[in-house]
Each structure stands twice: as C-alpha cells, then as structure tokens.
Design a protein around this ligand. Structure first.
Ligand code: GAP
Length: 500
C-alpha cells in the first residue's frame, strides 16, 4: 500500500527524530542551536556510515583488479579549480527576496512548489512545472525563469512577499586563505568534489601502480559546497562525504563503459536491500560543465525520488585542462594500439550521507500486532502493539550482536563476558545487563542489531544460549561453539556480493 504525501512526511519526521534519539545523527553544535545544513554522526551513525564506506571500498577497490584507491588532501592548488571549471562554472541560479534579504536556489523554490502541487493531487501540473523549469535552466533563460516564479505566485517563506531580485549565478565553493597574509594570491578552496584529487594524481598512480588502461582510481572523502538552501536533513549538506571512482578508458570506448558502470552501480544499490521499484535512472537534461553524458541513480525517499549517485562520462575535459594549466603532459601510452592519448573518464560518484539516509529510510519499520490481554477478572481485550525496528542488512548494522546475562548474578555476567571475548575481535558486540530482557530486545531493535544472545542458568550446564533474530523475533537455542560461524555467515559482506 502506498502512503500519501503527508503520511510520507510523517514517516520522514519520525526517521529524523529516531536518528537523533538513538545516536545516529545529531545537528552540529546543537548547544548553540545548530549550524544549518551541517550534521554530526553519533555512536551508531558512525558505525553504520563506516560500514557503508567499507562496503563501497570493498566493492570498488578490492574486488576489481583494475581499480586502486587513493586518499588525496582536501586542500589543493588553486589552479586545480580553474582547470576543473569550478571557478567559472560551479554555480547555481539564485534569487534574493528584497524584503527578507533571504537567498534561494531558484530550482529549489520551483521544486517546493511542485511538491505542493503533488500534495494537492495535481501531479500533471507538477510534472509540467518541473519540465518547464529544466528546459529554462538548460537554456540559462533566467528572465523567463523569473516570470515562471511570478506566475506560480511563489513567495519568500520569511517575508511572504514576491519582491524578488533578478536571478544571478552564485558560486558554491567555500574559500579560505593559506598562510598568515590574507591576500587574493593565498586564496584556496575547500574541494567541492573529491574527483580532482584523483585527476591530479592520475599519472602518479598509473606509473607507481603500473596500471594499464582501462583502470580506475577510487577515493572516499569530504567535499564542501555552500548550499544555500538547507533541506531534507542530511540529504543536502554543506559538508558531506563522497565515494568517487574515476575510470580511465581509451577515447571512443567511453559510452560502452558508461553503460557498464550504470548497470554495475544500480545492482550495488539493489544489493543493499533497496527494492527495484524504489530505484530509477534519471538522465540529465542539463549536463554539468565537464560531462557529455550523465545519469543519476535516484532512490525514492519519503520526500520523493532524489539523486543518490551520479554517473558521468567526463570525456578528457579534466585531464586536458590540467595539462593545459600545469604544462605537464597528462598522456598515456597505449601499447596495444601504439599511441599516446589523454584518456577519457567515466565517473561514478555516490554520496555516503545520502546512501546512509536511504538505508535509514529503507530499514525503518513499524510493525503492528494485535495482542489479547487477559484482565484479572478473566475478561479479554485486544490491544495494538507497535514494534519499531531498523531492518538493516546485517553486514551494515552498527552492532552485530548484543549479549545479555538473564540476571546480574550467579555467574551469568561472567559467562556472558566470556562469550563476548570470543566474538569481540571480529564483530562489533555490545554487552547489556540493565532492565528486563524484553526492554533490552527493544533497545537493540531500535538500532538494528540483528542478533541478541541471552545467557541463562542452563547455559552454565549445557553450554548453549538463546539467540533471537531481530526481523522474525524468533528465538532458538544454539551451542556457544556454533555462535561464531552463525554470526560470521550472516554479517559477512559476502552475503551482499552474492546478490550482485
Ligand atoms: N564528482 C561529481 C560530482 O560531485 P555530483 O552529482 O555533484 O557529482 C555526486 O555529486 C554525489 O554527491 C551526489 O549524487 C550526492 O550523493 C552527493 N552530494 C552532492 N551534493 C551533496 C550535498 N550537498 N549533500 C550531501 N550529498 C551530496
């Protein structure tokens, strides 16, 4: 059954508060009322995010013989951003409200209007509005775009007026200065994408790794963009993490590789557990300044289908410009065809934070059951119980096993800690002895722990424990000696790769 937009919004609000309450995501510097579009990952959030990043690294680097990793610095020579086109072309059309002085991204204002239309059941009007917007953006026709804002009667959320300035381009890069003197010559940028660290190291890696084309270089790291409108929780942030791979190919073969990477990457998202009907491709109508073909993989968040990954055919745009500005040849000698050339590049670029958000949205479950309660006088009444749990893929779950002694005495804590010792070097294990076992199960459900192991009096004699499955809540008795292989089998990345 599909949810209405307001039900979707409610679910999303629940996910945001769940993320905060259970240690996944906190607003940054919250004691100072936060910093817009910046977030911190809590004790379980950091584990989940690390698992996503490790999985991506394993998939891209360890399982592909022709892809290697890199960890380039965030600060780069300022000419990098001239060559990459970010100084001249990395901007968004913005508009200011003259009354409130608040600045907006024009596409965000129109998208918000389209959301309103969808909420009112006017899906066709929303579609036409978005199509018109995309055409005007592609043509950079800012005059007609402003007219569109006016005819749609879009007003500023703060002043409630439509007293708009003209539309202007606004660069999204953050800048700072290196050294003690704040002169223009010392100005450097916080990287808006990790990709350029790969391009400037293309020849270093090709030579040191004796790489033969086609080959890829992968990197995970922070990127920074001065996003004007902070929206949708961690979906659009000013500081975020990208997992990017640049695949260097022989010119003329780029479309073949582009199509191959499109299919490979969507399979990865499906293997994470996202259902096929919640994923789709969206071809770009307005291509980035570096691309000759580009597609987004979109996931259906509670606020609609939105980009989680971009796949771009970047031609030789970046390497050619780095060659021109640095004066250093960026060529590869291809022994198979006996030719020197600047390779073409196909890029896959996925946001670690957006994947995290998609995983949270996909795994948040509210399961209601009817329970018959017997009163003291013998009468029965039916009660609705709701169990909230995160149905995370076990290999992504922050904690793999929770170990509980049934009571805090009689040698049960010692036995539980013995089991913990057996498991803790290979799995993230938690020990919990407070509250009833039922409450301890609930707590682990809320953070998505796939297994809970309870040590009881019988354990001391039969060397067996009760293991409870998060998704089915089924409990079974297993020997302690089989725990390691049972857990290892369920939480191994291999489970994900079997589905690829
Ligand atoms: N190197 C190509 C590139 O940066 P992009 O489509 O601008 O392409 C790639 O970004 C991915 O980075 C997006 O699909 C998204 O997952 C993530 N991303 C981009 N901007 C973001 C933001 N402000 N907050 C969170 N994630 C972002």
């Amino acid at each position: 059954m599909s949810l209405t937009p307001s039900e979707d919004r409610n679910v999303f609000l629940k996910i945001i508060s769940h993320a905060k309450e259970y240690g996944f995501v906190f607003p940054s510097s919250e004691i100072y009322d936060g910093l817009a579009a910046v977030y911190d990952y809590g004790e379980y959030g950091v584990e989940l995010k690390n698992n996503i990043k490790q999985l991506w690294w394993k998939t891209m680097v360890h399982l592909n013989e022709n892809i290697v990793g890199l960890d380039a610095a965030i600060f780069m020579h300022p000419l990098t951003w001239k060559a990459s086109g970010h100084i001249d072309g990395f901007s968004d059309p913005m508009i200011d409200n003259k009354d409130s002085k608040k600045r907006y991204r024009v596409d965000h204002l129109l998208e918000a209007k389209a959301d309103e239309l969808i909420e009112a059941g006017k899906n066709t009007d929303a579609e036409i509005l978005l199509q018109t917007m995309n055409q005007l953006l592609a043509k950079e026709d800012f005059v007609t775009l402003k007219t569109l804002l006016e005819t749609e009667k879009i007003v500023c959320q703060v002043s409630k007026t439509a007293n708009w300035t003209e539309i202007r381009q606004f660069n999204l890069m953050f800048s700072t200065e290196v050294g003690a003197v704040a002169e223009e010559a010392n100005k450097i940028y916080l990287r808006p994408e990790t990709a350029q660290g790969i391009f400037v190291n293309f020849l270093n890696v090709q030579k040191s790794g004796r790489m033969k084309i086609p080959f890829g270089i992968a990197q995970i790291g922070k990127a920074f963009r001065n996003e004007i409108v902070a929206r949708q929780f961690i979906f659009r942030m000013r500081e975020f993490e990208q997992m990017e791979m640049q695949f260097f190919v022989r010119p003329g073969t780029e479309m073949e590789w582009y199509n191959k990477w499109k299919e490979t990457r969507i399979k990865w998202h499906k293997a994470l557990g996202f259902p096929s009907n919640k994923l789709k491709f969206h071809d770009h109508e307005k291509l980035a300044h570096y691309a000759n073909a580009a597609v987004d993989i979109e996931y259906e968040f509670p606020f609609g289908f939105k980009e989680i990954e971009g796949i771009h055919s970047r031609t030789d745009f970046d390497l050619k410009n780095h060659q021109a500005l640095s004066g250093k040849k960026q060529q590869y000698f291809d022994p198979e065809i006996n030719q020197n050339y600047i390779p073409y590049v196909v890029e896959t670029s996925v946001g670690a934070d957006r994947t995290f958000l998609a995983v949270m949205c996909n795994s948040y479950q509210e399961e209601t059951t009817q329970q018959v309660i017997k009163a003291e006088d013998g009468t029965e009444k039916s009660e609705t119980k709701t169990r909230i749990f995160l149905k995370l893929h076990p290999c992504l779950a922050p904690i793999k096993v929770a170990i509980f002694p049934l009571v805090k005495k009689d040698g049960l804590p010692e036995k539980a800690k013995e089991i913990m010792e057996l498991l803790k070097y290979d799995f993230n294990v938690i020990y919990e002895e407070r509250d009833s076992v039922g409450k301890r199960y609930t707590r682990q459900d809320l953070i998505g722990t796939p297994f809970c192991v309870t040590v009881d009096y019988e354990t001391l004699t039969d060397q067996a424990v009760t293991i409870r499955d998060r998704d089915t809540t089924e409990q079974k008795r297993v020997p302690i000696s089989s725990l390691y292989s049972l857990i290892s089998d369920a939480v191994s990345f291999k489970r994900i790769f079997e589905q690829l």
